[in-house]
Design a protein around this ligand. Sequence first.
Ligand code: PGA
Length: 254
Amino acid sequence: MRRPMIAGNWKMNGSPADAAVLARELRLALLDLPAVDVVVFPPYLSISGVVDTLKGVDISVGTQDIHPEDGGAFTGNVAGPMIRASGCTFVLVGHSERRSYEKESGSYLARKVQAALRNNLTPIFCCGETLDDRESGRALEVVRTQLREGLGELTPTELSRLVIAYEPVWAIGTGRVASPEQAQEVHAAIRAWIGTTWDSGTARAMRILYGGSVKPGNVVGIMEQEDIDGALVGGASLKAETFEGIVRFQSSRS
Ligand code: PGA
């Protein structure tokens, strides 16, 4: 049985004080956490306040990026050992905004995955096609290439320490969510690819999250799909009330 995971990507929003307020609200809202893993990804400068606020509750904290090296002359970057020392346990790797705006390539992302694993951080590895890719029938091929480039060199043990997030670029921040069936098709293909590239046990155990305009009103249909194990939430994670509504998807279902 794969335990569901709901992750909130706060992106480049809010001051450290705003982030601490949001963390305090989440702490109160999610005191009685359902059987779901919850992770939040604040901006770097807000990490320490959020980690402090969430001490003693079962909500994990992660960073939105990591540098491939563990330290040195890399102005403006943040390394795995610093992330770990700040109390984080998760890292986002390969978010589409970094792939497109920061021009991060597949081989560069593979090094970031290694850096995360080396530093005992759980990478959430993001993949997803553009609207062009989808309309030209290349969605699955593009996603498989991203996965092969980013994860292809991992051993089954390394792979089992990671979470995958499928986020179609055309559904991120657009309000245009993939239908549960469209998402399920890609999730099933990802699981099948893991099964043939590694083995069926690794494929069965892999958590694959869906991301792209997830809200309290559409999360139930998404989570009902067999191969969808959780959600990576952007916009709707910036308000405690809507994020709580997503985390509690099981109670809206029953
Ligand atoms: P969204 O973002 O929920 O605002 O579409 C998702 C993401 O980018 O992770």
